[in-house]
Design a protein around this ligand. Structure first.
Ligand SMILES: [Zn+2]
Length: 424
């Protein structure tokens, strides 16, 4: 059953879409059908959409993670006790035994870094379909080939083994294990494709890994340019990227390395933060996910819309980058008493201007006037503060105190966040 679902999604995931019009048509049809199902099966959404017709779906009230978690029991469309599911997920997380499920459902916690954990319920067929989509976007060639695919993830999902076949084998590597041990296991795995968070890949470069695979896909963390370049040059290949969150598969790279929104799975509306610069929060409506429907759900991430068309000819929208989440934005006092918001990209640029020898960095805003900057290698001399000084000046910001420290992040199950604010 699940193998069939995988194959179907693989075959139904076109490599490219010819026009925006076509995408809109496919999406509207799929959403209308989905809305009917959700209205019937989810008490939460049924109540929320009172007074709206199905045709109004583009204007349904927006929800977010907090609303979803508060109303999870009423929101899901399957017969499942949420309190029970929460216990199970916690136990699985502790024991690293992910074989336990409730009926056909896998229960997972999102590895959120904000301390506010999300929970997600995925059915067997949804997971199998996900694998099919992933193969379509990630394989780069035919499903008929023979592949060994290694997944380095924080939590296994037990269906991967069942999806595997004679030709396609999935091997799971647990991110909770020490990273050197993981590396040894991966080396022995004889993999064709490695799906792995960029901070772990970056560590493999640092230890001069002799790992050779045909394809590497970055997942689970935002891939930053500095990491991408480092990983690509060491492994001698183009790094592919899946940009996903617990809430769904948002974007994936095409063969040109361009990030296209996964508009074949979901509608992505824009809540503009700065339309001129192209910055927005995505409001996602996933028209495939049935167990835990995600409709008009606002993600905290900030995406940057690209005005360029990709040479691959795919009409799906392109994003030039993922800027991070809103708590990645620094809040700094201005000379005139107001507060200026500084997005991670500007901080990143200022750090890169400090020295061209910097290979890794983390910047934490500790308080309104204090920023800690960790850089690798440490003891670099002649650091330039020009980038920061220009930034403060151009934005009329009171220069905060900058503390330069050695880089401390050790790749692990903890997500790497390079730039974030530590206070509210
Ligand atoms: Zn493309």
């Amino acid at each position: 059953m699940s193998k069939l679902a995988t194959l179907l999604r693989y075959l139904n995931t076109p490599k490219r879409y010819s026009s925006r019009k076509k995408i809109a048509k496919i999406q509207n049809k799929a959403v209308m059908k989905h809305i009917k199902f959700v209205r019937q099966n989810s008490k939460f959404y049924r109540d929320l959409w009172q007074g709206y017709t199905d045709e109004d779906w583009r204007d349904f009230p927006i929800i977010d993670k907090a609303v979803m978690m508060e109303n999870l029991q009423d929101l899901i469309t399957v017969d499942l006790d949420i309190a029970n599911a929460r216990d199970l997920a916690e136990r699985a997380e502790k024991s690293r035994d992910f074989s336990s499920k409730i009926g056909p459902y896998t229960i997972g916690f999102s590895s959120g870094t904000s301390g506010f954990r999300g929970m997600h319920i995925v059915s067997e067929s949804e997971q199998a379909a996900w694998a099919g989509f992933m193969l379509a976007r990630g394989l780069g060639s035919s499903i008929l080939g023979k592949y060994r695919i290694g997944l380095v993830l924080r939590a296994n999902s037990n269906t991967f083994e069942s999806i595997g076949s004679n030709r396609i084998k999935f091997q799971f590597y647990d991110l909770m294990k020490p990273v050197d041990q993981l590396h040894q296991e991966i080396l022995k795995g004889d993999l064709d494709i490695l799906i792995c968070p960029p901070s772990v890949l970056s560590y493999f470069v640092d230890i001069k890994s002799e790992l050779r695979v045909k394809r590497i896909i970055s997942v689970a963390e935002v891939l930053e340019d500095v990491d991408r370049k480092k990983i690509e040059s060491h492994f001698g290949l183009t790094l592919n990227q899946f940009y996903s969150s617990t809430e769904g598969e948002i974007a994936a790279t095409c063969e040109h390395g361009t990030l296209h929104l996964n508009e074949g799975l979901m509608v992505i509306q824009k809540e503009w933060l700065d339309e001129k610069k192209g910055w927005y929060h995505p409001i996602i409506t996933d028209f495939r996910r049935k167990s835990q429907p995600i409709i008009r759900y606002r993600l905290n991430d900030i995406l940057v819309a690209s005005k360029e068309n990709c040479p691959c000819g795919d009409a799906r929208e392109v994003i030039s980058s993922i800027m991070g989440r809103s708590d990645d934005v620094f809040h700094l006092p201005k000379h005139d008493g107001g507060t200026e918001l500084v997005v991670p990209d500007l901080i990143r640029r200022a750090i890169m201007q400090m020295s061209d020898k910097i290979t890794d960095y983390i910047a934490i805003q500790k308080s309104p006037n204090q920023i800690e900057i960790q850089i690798k290698p440490d003891n670099l001399e002649d650091l330039s503060m020009t980038g920061f000084n220009d930034l403060w000046q151009s934005k009329n910001i009171q220069p905060p105190k900058l503390e330069i420290k050695p880089y401390t992040h050790i790749p692990s199950a903890t997500k790497l966040r390079r730039i974030y604010r530590q206070f509210n």
